[in-house]
Structure formats: structure tokens, C-alpha cells
Design a protein around this ligand. Structure first.
Ligand SMILES: *Cc1c(COP(=O)(O)O)cnc(C)c1O
Length: 228
């Protein structure tokens, strides 16, 4: 059986220790609990332990959970692949979208944010830092260009910064004593994008990400257990 309380405490201790090692205030780093494929009951349990923001990857699943949990403190953050035909519902159900990578999606999010009274709506642009063909996201240059476009022309949006899932080979070999060049490059880019926030770091590279300067780590399995 998964002990969510123990898991969460272990994760929070890792974040705490990493912040101390990096000489950063703990308040700077948000823990986004990734609840995809986990039950509403598990989410309620994590809410009881003090967290209120949950990452979800699938629109339909997020909508259902959001409905079941309406009237609670819970907020959902969309971190999955965006599809134009689902953006209206995603904007309505989520408090933030971290996976924006096209001007078309920017336009749609701005439009629906305004229509639902949720403007200015928080977004991140997603970076494909290793130019991996199977992954979503923009390259460094295109992300910077889209960032300027959003900042100049979309008052309906709050551009928080950059979200990134670095190549697995780099993330798994990274350590707090040896920050990969790519991580530094990602951090440098994030400082030029919107509010300069950086959503970086999962279970295996949490410490490295915090040392790099991440302001949001996204943890699923280490809190909720495996998704079978
Ligand atoms: C699923 C997911 C996570 C969490 O992954 P775990 O391995 O379960 O910790 C984090 N970020 C994104 C974008 C994800 O899709």
C-alpha cells in the first residue's frame, strides 16, 4: 500500500534539503503534485496534508476531477499535450497551463481566458531543450520569439516563464555538485521569459533542478505511488 503521507514528507524533506544546499529560500520552490491517473480520493488525502495544486496531463480526466472537487481549495495545472479543440475546456477547468508551444494555442487561451473572466491567465512556454523529436516544446530560439510576442500582444495572459523536461540521459546523470551545461542554459533562457519562473525537476533530478534555479518541481510517483 502507498503511504502518501510518508511519501509527501520525504519529498518535502528533499526539497527542503536541496534549498538549503543551494542557499535558496524554500518559499521560492513550488511543489506541484502530479496526480494524473490517481484517484480523487488520493488527491483529497494530499489536500488534507496541505497541498492544493495538482498537475494533470489529460483534459478529460482533469475536467472530471475538477468537477468532483469543486468547492474545495484544489486547483489544477495542465501539464499535458495541448490540443486546440480542448483548450476552451482546459482553460475553464485549470488554473494554469504549463505546456504552451504555439501562437495558435496562445491565441485560443487568451480568447477563452477573457471569455471566462480568468484573464490574466497564467501560462508557461514549454521548451524542448534537447530537440527530441518525440517530445513537445519549442527550441531555445523559437521560445524566445514566442515569449516576446506574448509579452507584447497578449495582456490576457501572464507569462510566468519556461517549463522543461530535459532529455532523460542528462537528467538521470545530473547531480547537485555537477550541474549540466544544458540546465544552466535552460535557466538563462527562463530569466528572459515573462516573470522568469522555471518549472523544472521531477523525482530523479529534483536536487539538480533546485540548484539550477527551478521555481516549480513536478512530482507524481514519489507522492502518489506508481500509476500501474
Ligand atoms: C507525469 C509527469 C510528471 C510526474 O512524473 P513522475 O515520474 O510520476 O514523478 C512531471 N511532469 C510532467 C510533465 C509529467 O507529465
Amino acid at each position: 500500500m502507498t503511504n502518501i503521507k510518508e511519501n509527501l514528507e520525504r519529498t518535502q524533506k528533499r526539497i527542503h534539503d536541496a534549498c538549503i544546499a543551494a542557499r535558496r529560500p524554500i518559499e521560492e520552490v513550488e511543489l506541484l503534485a502530479v496526480s494524473k491517473k490517481h484517484s480523487v480520493q488520493s488527491i483529497r488525502e494530499v489536500m488534507g496534508l496541505g497541498l492544493s495544486r495538482f498537475g494533470e496531463n489529460y483534459a478529460q480526466e482533469m475536467l472530471q476531477k475538477q468537477e468532483e472537487l469543486s468547492g474545495t481549495q484544489s486547483e489544477f495545472v495542465f501539464i499535458g499535450q495541448l490540443q486546440s479543440n480542448k483548450i476552451q475546456r482546459i482553460v475553464r477547468a485549470a488554473a494554469e497551463i504549463q505546456t504552451v508551444s504555439s501562437i495558435k494555442h496562445v491565441r485560443l487561451i487568451a480568447k477563452y481566458a477573457k471569455a471566462t473572466g480568468k484573464a490574466p491567465y497564467p501560462i508557461y512556454l514549454i521548451l524542448n531543450a534537447g530537440d527530441e523529436p518525440q517530445k513537445a516544446g519549442l527550441n531555445f530560439k523559437d521560445l524566445e520569439a514566442l515569449s516576446l510576442e506574448v509579452t507584447e500582444n497578449y495582456p490576457e495572459l501572464t507569462l510566468k516563464g519556461v517549463m522543461c523536461i530535459p532529455p532523460a540521459s542528462i537528467a538521470t546523470s545530473a547531480s547537485i555538485d555537477n550541474i549540466p551545461e544544458l540546465y544552466k542554459k535552460i535557466k538563462d533562457l527562463s530569466l528572459k521569459v515573462g516573470q522568469g519562473k522555471l518549472s523544472l525537476g521531477m523525482s530523479h533530478d529534483l536536487e539538480t533542478a533546485i540548484k539550477t534555479g527551478s521555481t516549480c518541481v513536478r512530482i507524481g510517483t514519489d507522492i502518489f505511488g506508481s500509476r500501474d
